[in-house]
Design a protein around this ligand. Structure first.
Ligand SMILES: O=C(CO)[C@@H](O)[C@H](O)[C@H](O)[C@H](O)COP(=O)(O)O
Ligand SMILES: [Zn+2]
Length: 206
C-alpha cells in the first residue's frame, strides 16, 4: 500500500481523503531538514546563474509540464514584487517544436533536443518528475550534463535514483503522484520568493 493511501476513507470521501493526505505530506515537508536544505541550495544555484546572465529551463510531463510553465512564469514575469524579468522558460510550450522532435526523433528526445539547441554552459535545467523515471526527463538531464548545465531534479520517494543525474535533488516526502506535484509547486513558490527577495536586495533597480 502506498505510504499515503487510506482506502476506506478514499472510497467514502475522496476529496477529504486527498486533502488529508496533502496536509500530512506538506507538514512532513515543512519539517524535513534535508528537503529545506536542498531547497535553499537550489535557490542559491538559480540566483548565481541568473546573476551571471544565465537562464533557467524547466521540463516536466503532464501535471509537471503545467508546473514547469507556472514556475517559469513566476520568474520571467513576477512572483510578488515589481522587478525586472529574470531569464526562465519552460520547454513544454512550443507545440511545433515538441511535435516535430517527437515525430522525427522520438518522444524521448522532446526536451533533450531543446536543451541541446538552447542550453549554454552555466544555465540551469530544472527537471520535474514524480517517478524519476520518465525517459524524456532522463535524456534531458543527460544532455544538460554533457553541455555543462547545472542540473536540478524534483521528484518523490520513488524517484531518488534521479539523483545520479542531478547536482541538486529535492525529494517530496510521499509517493502519491499528485501530492508529490503539490509539494513541488509549494517548494517552487518558496524558491521564487527567495530568488526575488535576494535579487531585489542586491540590485533593486536592475
Ligand atoms: O498530473 C498528473 C498526475 O497528477 C499526470 O498527468 C502525470 O503528470 C503524468 O502521468 C506524467 O506522465 C507523470 O510523469 P512523471 O512525473 O513520472 O515524470
Ligand atoms: Zn495532476
Amino acid at each position: 500500500m502506498s505510504q499515503d493511501s487510506n482506502d476506506s476513507r478514499d472510497s467514502k470521501d475522496p476529496i477529504g481523503a486527498h486533502l488529508g493526505r496533502s496536509l500530512a505530506a506538506l507538514e512532513r515537508a515543512a519539517r524535513d531538514a534535508g528537503l529545506l536544505a536542498a531547497a535553499r541550495a537550489i535557490a542559491a544555484a538559480m540566483i548565481a546563474a541568473l546573476r551571471a546572465g544565465n537562464k533557467l529551463m524547466i521540463v516536466g510531463n503532464g501535471g509537471s509540464a503545467a508546473d514547469a510553465q507556472h514556475i517559469a512564469a513566476e520568474i520571467i514575469g513576477r512572483y510578488k514584487q515589481d522587478r525586472p524579468g529574470y531569464a526562465a522558460l519552460a520547454l513544454t510550450t512550443d507545440t511545433s517544436a515538441l511535435t516535430a522532435i517527437a515525430n522525427d526523433y522520438g518522444f524521448e528526445q522532446v526536451f533533450a533536443r531543446q536543451v541541446e539547441g538552447l542550453g549554454r554552459r552555466g544555465d540551469v535545467l530544472l527537471a520535474l518528475s514524480t517517478s524519476g523515471r520518465s525517459p524524456n526527463i532522463l535524456a534531458a538531464l543527460r544532455k544538460a550534463r554533457e553541455i555543462g548545465l547545472v542540473t536540478i531534479g524534483f521528484t518523490g520517494l520513488k524517484g531518488e535514483t534521479l539523483g545520479a543525474l542531478c547536482d541538486h535533488l529535492l525529494v517530496a516526502p510521499t509517493d502519491d503522484t499528485p501530492v508529490v506535484q503539490q509539494i513541488h509547486l509549494a517548494v517552487a513558490h518558496g524558491i521564487c520568493d527567495e530568488i526575488e527577495r535576494t535579487m531585489m536586495r542586491e540590485a533593486p533597480r536592475k
